[in-house]
Design a protein around this ligand. Sequence first.
Ligand SMILES: Nc1nc2c(ncn2[C@@H]2O[C@H](COP(=O)(O)OP(=O)(O)O)[C@@H](O)[C@H]2O)c(=O)[nH]1
Ligand SMILES: [Mg+2]
Length: 341
Amino acid sequence: MTSRFIDKVKVYLKAGDGGRGCVSFRREKYVPRGGPNGGDGGDGGDIVFKVDSNLNTLYDFRYNPHLRAPNGRPGMGDNRSGKKGETLVVLVPPGTTIIDSETGEVIADLTEIGQEAIAARGGKGGRGNQHFATPRNRAPRISEPGTPGEERTVILELRSIADVGLVGFPNAGKSTLLRAISSATPEVAPYPFTTLTPHLGVVDVPGSGGQKFVVADIPGLIVGASEGKGLGREFLRHIERTSVLLYVIDAAGFDGDPVQDFRDVRNEVFLYSEAMRKKRSLVALNKVDLIPSREELDLLIEALEDEAKTPVIPISGQEKTGIQELIRSLFTVLSEIETTF
Ligand SMILES: Nc1nc2c(ncn2[C@@H]2O[C@H](COP(=O)(O)OP(=O)(O)O)[C@@H](O)[C@H]2O)c(=O)[nH]1
Ligand SMILES: [Mg+2]
């Protein structure tokens, strides 16, 4: 496993073709030859990308790299137009950039929930023969074919900040842990959300033949963050773009109740979006140097594991204990997550 900052998939798009216009003439009793009444072809369907907050990877595109919108139906007699091809709406996670694979042109940068962009336009339906009658030619046998729908290959890019995101209330010890766990500060590609700057650290995985992953410490999580308190929503947007969450919980607790502390943190994260619930997570029970007895610590770990349903690793960022176990556990989870490349 190597760290990746960018998910990338290539997707082939074919918008719907316009339907052919119709050649047809009125047929009435006692009228040997009625006027032209061929309807128009329907327009082909567009392909539209739309941001959905429940998504956070481009993974599904790997299995579905060909997207087609339906063609418009041909026109019919009696001046009836052909049915339009329906727009194909393709959901993508926030932060997806759509790039034309041939020209490199950025077609759209989709950051806001619900934001849409047309990536391939459907063809126009052709006109039926009703439009072509002239005084000299009252019975035109011509109609237009529809124009073809746009066809292009695009690259979808989703920038993620880091492999692991630290989640915890102020003072839980995130900054201290980041210093204890990482050996270097990586270069970051610029990304669209800039008010909060995540602190990043590269973690070397011992005994892995040089494997590394990147951890992000993003300040700003407080109770009420998901409702927009403080820089909360921005924090959560950042954290959404990491693969694994590491909850950092102060063993001494806010009010001496680390389990409640964990519930509060997780609640803020889950309130933000459905995608957060699906993310893998681990719990680092920090500052265990402050816990007086082994028994007390074991009870606390058990209670937290019960609540979190995920492994709890006791550490002290300050004394640098439990750090290797934590790195190994995180690496195991990261290796289990399938990457899009
Ligand atoms: N006893 C103890 N104190 C710690 C530990 N980790 C951090 N601290 C202290 O907790 C306070 C908050 O730490 P910091 O890393 O700034 O927390 P952050 O707000 O989550 O980034 C600081 O005074 C740290 O020295 C630890 O493992 N044990
Ligand atoms: Mg800090």
